[in-house]
Design a protein around this ligand. Structure first.
Ligand SMILES: Cc1ncc(COP(=O)(O)O)c(C=O)c1O
Length: 511
């Protein structure tokens, strides 16, 4: 405010939540001040126990540190030195290069692909000298998250001699059905380490309390590097009070999540594409004018965080988000040149991305409703065919086609050639028929889970398609050349809609 001579400003730059401390936290801190002339418990034992209980892990798997950045520094001190390699996708969290630099490790960075972590490239970059791999999931500052198949492929493809650190600072904001909770991976993988924090969703950024969850051997090595009494007494009291407030945390996160989705669609409809965020911030892929854009927003009282290739904006209260949108509109009107290097579709293409995403949400919501409804009878045959289906076959088909068509879309997008890429299958494909026959015996809730996961991956991919991606063309055996929009209509989003329509028919049939 002093820099720009303004008398109000909103801070949307550091990924805190905008709600103030959780109930009971300030009181717990005040009460703990009475004991602040004595050293607190160095190991924060009660906090470790409360956290372990709250997430369902063994207490000996938990280390408490001064924020998750404190634990990141401890991990780096414990596990990496000169001649070792520390690997991380980039852009990612700025602490990764900072701490790797302190221990003079070789820093290996791996570029993102379509705004997401490129697992194949990460695996290709791992060597026998790699000690630590930092995966921010969701990835700060870019906002998308790795899905379960990719994360598992990374973990299983990496040698057991390197620690895979899954930094889940934003876990509580994740909504993607296929984004894994890395705590579930610990039991089978001794080299996986998870980081969590009370700074974000729990609203305790200034109190500095974070958690590392991993193999007890790693926990012991990390604890050996903890600065004595680094997690202070009032912070421990605050953590105990905050961990009691899981319901309130969930309620607050739901508000952030709703605003995150609303504003992202407003931005796309206004002609500015952005990746689908799984965290409490948006990434604006503003490219080489990011600094100028951030400064222009700041002059209008909206403080955001610029990076070399984009801007990170923390989700605020609805009225703060409106101030951000209004400031962005104003800057856009006055400085269209700041938007000339945008890394995702702009104008009409951004709007049609928004339309596809909305349609996908609606279609999956319809399927969710159908999963608890009764169906009866057989579908009408599609034109020029005789086949009729019962509901169980429809479910089996929806569940099997999601993965299949995502694989085909990937193939079209990744093909080296600019020529139309042969892709797809027809109604008579043997794998398709077998999958439907086999799947019709499976319960609907199992299918719905599979469907939601595939739709989650599809939504993330659609949001990240570049203008070049949209121009890709596939060559289908019977339907001929199809661009990506037509593929989405025919095989993905329109396909979910078409089968939701069929289920509608069978619900009416069942009276
Ligand atoms: C990916 C990631 N990890 C860790 C942190 C640090 O959080 P803490 O406050 O727990 O140190 C942040 C904060 O910005 C973050 O974005």
């Amino acid at each position: 405010m002093a820099d720009h001579g303004t008398d109000t400003a909103v801070k949307m730059a550091s990924n805190e939540v905008p709600f103030g401390p959780l109930p009971g936290v300030a009181e717990a801190v005040a009460a703990a001040m009475g004991e602040s002339y004595r050293y607190a418990d160095h190991m924060a034992t009660a906090v470790a126990e409360a956290f372990a209980r709250s997430v369902g892990v063994d207490r000996e798997r938990v280390a408490v540190g001064p924020g998750s950045v404190g634990l990141l520094q401890q991990l780096t001190l414990a596990y990496a030195g000169p001649d070792d390699e520390v690997l991380y996708p980039w852009p990612s969290f700025v602490a990764y290069p900072q701490f790797s630099g302190i221990v003079v490790a070789n820093q290996v960075t791996v570029a993102l692909k379509r705004h997401s972590i490129d697992v194949d490239a990460v695996l290709a970059a791992i060597t026998e000298r790699t000690r630590l791999v930092f995966i921010s999931n969701p990835n700060n500052p870019v906002s998308p998250a790795l899905r379960s198949g990719d994360l598992l492929r990374l973990i299983e493809g990496a040698p057991s001699t390197c620690l895979i650190v899954i930094d889940e600072a934003y876990r509580e904001f994740v909504t993607g059905a296929d984004v894994p909770d890395a705590l579930g991976l610990l039991a089978d993988h001794a080299n996986v380490v998870v980081l969590r924090t009370l700074s974000k969703a729990f609203g305790m950024a200034a109190m500095r309390v974070g958690f590392l969850i991993g193999d007890p051997v790693v926990v012991a090595a990390v604890n050996a590097t903890l600065i004595p009494f680094a997690v202070n007494g009032p912070a421990q009291a605050a953590a105990l009070a905050a961990l009691e407030q899981r319901d309130e945390v969930a309620r607050r996160c739901a508000m952030v999540i709703a605003e995150r989705g609303r504003v992202a669609q407003v931005l796309r409809r206004s002609g500015l594409g952005l990746p689908a965020s799984q965290a409490n911030f948006w990434w604006l892929p503003s490219g080489n004018r990011s600094r100028d854009l951030a400064l222009a927003l700041e002059r209008r009282g909206v403080v955001v965080r610029p990076f070399p290739t984009g801007i990170r904006v923390t989700v605020g209260l609805a009225e703060e988000n409106e101030l951000f949108l209004a400031a962005l509109d104003e800057v856009r009107a006055g400085h269209p040149d700041f938007f000339g290097d945008w890394g995702l579709p702009t104008e009409r293409l951004a709007g049609s991305t928004a339309d596809f995403l909305d349609r996908l949400d609606v279609a999956i919501e319809r399927l969710r409703a159908h999963a608890v409804a009764a169906h009866d009878g057989l579908t009408r045959p599609v034109p020029a065919e005789t086949e009729q289906w019962e509901a169980a076959q429809i479910w089996a088909h929806i569940a099997e086609f999601g993965d299949y068509w995502l694989g085909q879309l990937d193939a079209v997008l990744d093909a080296a050639s600019e020529q139309p890429v042969p892709f797809g299958r027809t109604r008579r494909d043997a794998h398709r028929i077998a999958a439907i026959e086999e799947g019709r015996l499976r319960p609907v809730d199992v299918h719905l889970d599979t469907i939601e996961r595939a739709a989650d991956r599809l939504g993330a991919l659609v949001a990240e398609l570049t203008a070049d991606d949209w121009r890709r063309v596939g060559l289908h055996e019977t339907l001929g050349e199809m661009d990506v929009a037509r593929q989405l209509d025919e095989f993905h989003i329109g396909h979910y809609e078409q089968h939701a329509d069929q289920l509608d028919e069978l619900t009416q049939g069942s009276g």
